[in-house]
Design a protein around this ligand. Structure first.
Ligand code: 13P
Length: 252
C-alpha cells in the first residue's frame, strides 16, 4: 500500500526557509512510491506552489474556516487556500482544539467546507496523557471520530496522541497498532465500506529512526510529521522509509 507522508510545519518558516526545504524535497521525491504533502504556513503556499510546479510534492493548509466568506477577521476560507495552491487541509489538529477551542462539530463543518472547495481533509484525533492514564483513550478517540467526520467522509484520518506531539515520546508499536485497529473498526462502523480503505496516519514524534517500524504496522497508512518535516533530509528519510515499506526491493 502506498503511504501518505504529510509534513505539518505549524507556525514555522519564513520565505527563505520555505524554499530551502521545498527545493531539496522536489529533487528527492522523484521515484519514491509515496504520496508527499507539505503544509507550510498559509503565507508560503503561493510561493511554494511555484517552487513545486511539476513535482509530485503536494501542498496543504493547516486549517480553514467553515464558511466561504464574510466578516471573519484573520481567517482564510478553504477556497482561498485552494487558490493559493493547497490541495489538502489539516483539520482539527490538537493544537487548534486546545488553543482555539475547536469542537468536533466545528471540525466537521470545516471538513464539509474543505471538500466543497476541493481540499482533501486530514482530520486529526488523539487522546491526552490524562485520558490514556485513565484508560479512556478509545472512548475519546471514538467520540472525536464520530463528531468530526460526516457520514459521507472522504479523506484521511490522523491519530496523534497529544502526549507524543513535540515531546520526542513516540507511542509504542503495540499502542499504535491497537489504536489504529480501533480507529479502523470505528471508521467501518461510521462510514461503512469506505471506512475499510480510509488512510489512517500516525503522528507524534515521527522521525527517520522510528518511521520504518511505525509505517510497517497494520492499518498505518502514513505519517503526519511535525518537527522532522522542517528538515528536508529528515523528511526525505521518512519518505524513503515509507517507500521501502510499501515497495520492498525485489530479491535477485
Ligand atoms: P511532532 O512530529 O513534532 O511530534 O508533531 C506532530 C504533529 O503535531 C504533526 O501534526
Amino acid at each position: 500500500m502506498r503511504h501518505l507522508i504529510a509534513g505539518n510545519w505549524k507556525m514555522n518558516g519564513r520565505l527563505e526557509d520555505g524554499s530551502a526545504i521545498a527545493v531539496p524535497l522536489r529533487r528527492g521525491a522523484d521515484g519514491l512510491f509515496v504520496d508527499l504533502v507539505i503544509c507550510p504556513p498559509a503565507t508560503l503556499l503561493l510561493t511554494l506552489s511555484a517552487v513545486l510546479i511539476g513535482s509530485p510534492v503536494m501542498l496543504g493548509a493547516q486549517d480553514c474556516h467553515a464558511l466561504p466568506h464574510g466578516a471573519h477577521t484573520g481567517d482564510l476560507s478553504a477556497a482561498m487556500l485552494r487558490d493559493a495552491g493547497a490541495t489538502w487541509a489539516i483539520l482539527g489538529h490538537s493544537e487548534r482544539r486546545a488553543n482555539h477551542g475547536e469542537t468536533d462539530a466545528m471540525v466537521q463543518a470545516k471538513v464539509q467546507a474543505a471538500r466543497k472547495a476541493g481540499l482533501r481533509p486530514i482530520v486529526c484525533v488523539g487522546e491526552t496523557e490524562a485520558d490514556r492514564a485513565a484508560g479512556r483513550q478509545n472512548a475519546v478517540v471514538g467520540a472525536q471520530l464520530i463528531g468530526s467526520l460526516p457520514a459521507d467522509f472522504e479523506g484521511v484520518v490522523a491519530y496523534e496522541p497529544v502526549w507524543a506531539i513535540g515531546t520526542g515520546r513516540t507511542a509504542t508499536e503495540a499502542d499504535v497498532a491497537a489504536m489504529h485497529a480501533y480507529v479502523r473498526a470505528s471508521l467501518v462502523r461510521h462510514l461503512g465500506l469506505p471506512g475499510q480503505t480510509t488512510r489512517i496516519l500516525y503522528g507524534g514524534s515521527v522521525k527517520p529512526s522510528n518511521a520504518g517500524a511505525l509505517l510497517a504496522l497494520p492499518d498505518v497508512g502514513g505519517a503526519l510529521v511535525g518537527g522532522a518535516s522542517l528538515n528536508a533530509a529528515d523528511f526525505l528519510a521518512i519518505a524513503q522509509a515509507a517507500h521501502e515499506v510499501a515497495a520492498p526491493p525485489v530479491a535477485s
